[in-house]
Ligand binder design. Structure first.
Ligand code: GDP
Ligand code: IMO
Ligand code: MG
Length: 468
């Protein structure tokens, strides 16, 4: 049921808004929590990233994977907004919407897409792939991107040459802007020896011998324009109006704080700001509208792609705690199918995340995955090569690479926590683990997730009702 927060008498009061962000390197379970919290919201807003995101929802045993459509879509009557901060592949959105509609979900009637979203077309995707291939050949280290064109799309945006959703409503703008982009891209692609790059099936109509083809890409943009037109909106105006009507809104983060382009493990990051503050700029609301920041936090750590990971374990050898996390946690990426690297919980990293996001509360997910481990470890700081100790993750990949984790070792629990929905029903050692995390990170735990299923969630305080 959808709970409305309007007062019964007089004018409606303004709604309460919650920002949901990942606090680690993504895949913390944001989608599950956004879907669950949407019970108390009337709108969900995506504010950054693109289809590099992969969010899994499990409702009554049925799995749904989302990439661009906000995770509130499974609740009838909820409006889903894609804000200006998102880089949009309309081709991928069309596929995702078709899949949801085939499963009986109404989508297009409830989806509003900002006219200011920069577009991802075949050229951004191919450049992303060609660059990664070039880096690999040159031995200069791949970022391990999702190959979805995210970096090039954000580069176009800040370089002021992006095609945006609103341009699609003006065919003459598309033609000239596209020509300019493709000339520039083809120049770069030549330098990158893109003729040697294997072209995925979905790009074959647009690339010939490593060069982008203008006419087919223009035709593709026109096809996308017709489809997106009914959903194009001034999302900033609509979200602000919804707030004034008294609706509760969820701002749904993608990726995780340590993948943030400024605050993450640079240069092994994505190309957007993933921190909570970007919920305002990426959707066109003022920061005073962000009332509560919920940090979704896995009970251990995972990372996909390259980059430093201080608490990483051997996750490939059977019988090790890392292998336990990888297999019991089914740690495989939703977007690319790559294995996620696994390691112990890093409270020193969480302190950095709490600071850059201004976290109000934590939701600890996948606690059940640690069931059956003899001992569990929490990283509380790092030893530096110069003998110094740090209690918070430093900035930048080289600095993080030099960090040797300092661990506290706690007793594990043998009982199953799968599906537990009351805090006091958790094994005592699981509670001790959670409470130690809370203490070291300095952020209260609002919720705990004990299985992929929507309803298997323990609530300690409700973010929409929390007055902070
Ligand atoms: P997101 O990108 O943050 O939305 O997270 P993903 O959906 O990519 O990855 C999280 C994975 O963990 C998904 O497969 C979820 O179904 C699953 N998951 C979420 N919460 C829990 C939990 O509490 N326990 C277990 N075992 N799995 C969970
Ligand atoms: P969700 O929303 C995990 C990672 C990629 C790569 C780096 C840069 O599901 O948590 P990009 O394609 O963005 O240029 O790749 O960022 N990455 C993610 N890792 N979860 C995600 O999203 C990610 N989105 C990007 O693996 O290391
Ligand atoms: Mg994910």
């Amino acid at each position: 049921m959808n709970t409305n927060t309007n007062t019964s008498a007089g004018a409606p009061r303004s709604g309460r808004n919650v920002v949901v962000v990942g606090t680690q390197w993504g895949d913390e379970g944001k989608g599950k929590l956004v879907d669950w919290l949407t019970e108390s919201a009337q709108g969900v807003v995506r504010f950054h990233g693109g289809h590099n995101a992969g969010h899994t929802l499990v409702i009554n045993g049925v799995k749904t994977a989302l990439h661009l459509v906000p995770s509130g879509i499974m609740r009838e009557g909820v409006t889903c907004y894609i804000g200006n901060g998102v880089v949009l592949s309309i081709a991928k959105l069309m596929e995702e919407v078709a899949g949801l509609e085939a499963a009986g979900v109404t989508v297009r009637e409830r989806l509003r897409v900002s006219e200011a979203c920069p577009l991802i077309l075949p050229q951004q995707v191919f450049l992303d792939l060609a660059r990664e291939a070039f880096r690999e050949r040159a031995g200069s280290g791949k970022i391990g991107t999702t190959g979805r064109g995210i970096g090039p799309a954000y580069e176009d945006k800040v370089a002021r040459r992006a095609l945006r959703v609103q341009d699609l409503l003006h065919p003459e703008r598309v033609a000239s802007r596209l020509r300019e982009q493709i000339e520039l891209y083809n120049h770069t692609l030549q330098y990158l020896h893109a003729g040697d790059v294997s072209v995925p099936a979905e790009l074959q109509a647009f690339v010939h011998r490593g060069q982008l083809q203008y006419e087919p890409i223009l035709a593709e943009a026109k096809r996308q324009a017709d489809w997106i037109k009914p959903m194009v909106a001034d999302v900033s105006a609509e979200v602000n109006a919804a707030h004034r009507r008294g609706e509760n809104l969820l701002f749904e983060g993608a990726q995780g704080a340590l993948l943030d382009v400024d605050h993450g493990t640079y240069p092994y990051v994505t190309s957007s700001n993933c921190v909570a503050g970007n919920a305002a700029a990426g959707s066109g609301v003022g920061p005073s509208l962000l009332h509560y920041v919920l940090g979704i936090t896995k009970a251990y750590c995972t990372r996909v792609g390259s980059g430093p990971f201080p608490t990483e374990l051997d996750w490939e050898t059977p019988g090790t705690p890392g292998y336990h996390m990888s297999t019991v946690g089914a740690e495989k990426g939703v977007t690319t199918g790559r294995a996620r690297r696994c390691g112990w919980f890093d409270a020193a990293l969480l302190k950095r995340s709490a600071q850059i996001n201004g976290l109000t509360g934590l939701c600890i997910t996948k606690l059940d995955v640690l069931d059956g481990l003899d001992k569990v470890q929490i990283c509380v700081g790092y030893q530096q090569p110069n003998g110094q100790q740090l209690d918070m993750l430093p900035m930048g990949a080289n600095e993080i690479q030099a960090c040797e984790p300092i661990y506290e070792v706690l007793d594990g629990w043998s009982e199953s926590t799968v599906g537990v929905t009351q805090y006091d029903k958790l094994p005592i050692n699981a509670r001790k683990y959670l409470e130690r995390i809370e203490q070291v990170c300095g952020v209260p735990i609002a919720a705990v997730s004990t299985s992929p299923d929507r309803d298997h969630t323990i609530l300690r305080h409700q973010p929409f009702q929390c007055q902070v």
